[in-house]
Design a protein around this ligand. Sequence first.
Ligand code: 13P
Ligand code: SF4
Length: 301
Amino acid sequence: MQTIEDKIQELKRERGAIIIAHNYQPDEVQAIADFTGDSLELSRKAAELDEEVIVFCGVHFMAETAAILSPEKTILLPDQFAGCPMADMITAEQLRKKKAEHPGAVVICYVNSSAAVKAECDLCCTSSNAMAIARSVPVDKEIIFVPDTHLGHYIQKVLGREMIIWDGYCPTHSRIRDVDIVREKKDHPNAVVMAHPECPLVIRDLADYLLSTGQMCTHAAASDETEFIIATEMGLLYRLRNENPEKKFYAVSERALCPNMKKIDLEKVLWALEDMQHRIVVPEPTCSLARKSIEAMLELS
Ligand code: 13P
Ligand code: SF4
């Protein structure tokens, strides 16, 4: 009998489609994906793919970024309600108001934002290139950074440069507590802590490394360290464990789950291919304006 995985592969070939997945996707979705990565890797991949149909297993802003970079392609998000609460914490209208209060400021938006917000920005960034993007702004310019307060404050501290920072945050990373790290360190005294810069300050202060999900994969594979406490969404453990079977990875907390990332499952991937749903299209002029900030980021990183 044909399994759901077989049906997906068959239909994928028929449709001339490719499946790409974020590192936080459920294990079974990562297992059938052609490519898995962090936000920057997925944006790059989406821009260079030859396939006409991309099934994007991630959250809405990620599929939107792919649609902005490749408007001629069919970008399908298997669950149309897979959003990012942090991205919803700022609207284009709110950003326009903030810009009016600081004329001349350079606006950097974290990729976890809507296309309408990106269209209001000068530069986009992800957690893996945020520092380089902020560094590229001339020192005599003010910077408005939206929407993640934690990533913003992390950049501000490392660069020693004051920024105007929005107060958005990721509810999933905010669920990680300092006691979780302390407990895991006590249980695994030889392990190092890799945390995502979306974590609150108390967690960032306890981490040995602050890295994007893609950087965590690269670091785990390259380093001599053999035990890691992972302070980010638990989906990343699938890749880390598969790629480094001889090393040990401990989830910092079972609460570090992103309910939106987990909305996608194999059935929805199959339905996406069967019914060519849910197509993500970004209307003009938002699409072209947002593309400028994303392309500026890709050029700088
Ligand atoms: P990465 O770019 O590190 O994969 O992060 C995306 C994200 O949404 C983190 O919550
Ligand atoms: Fe958004 Fe947080 Fe989920 Fe990432 S983990 S998609 S920032 S809610």
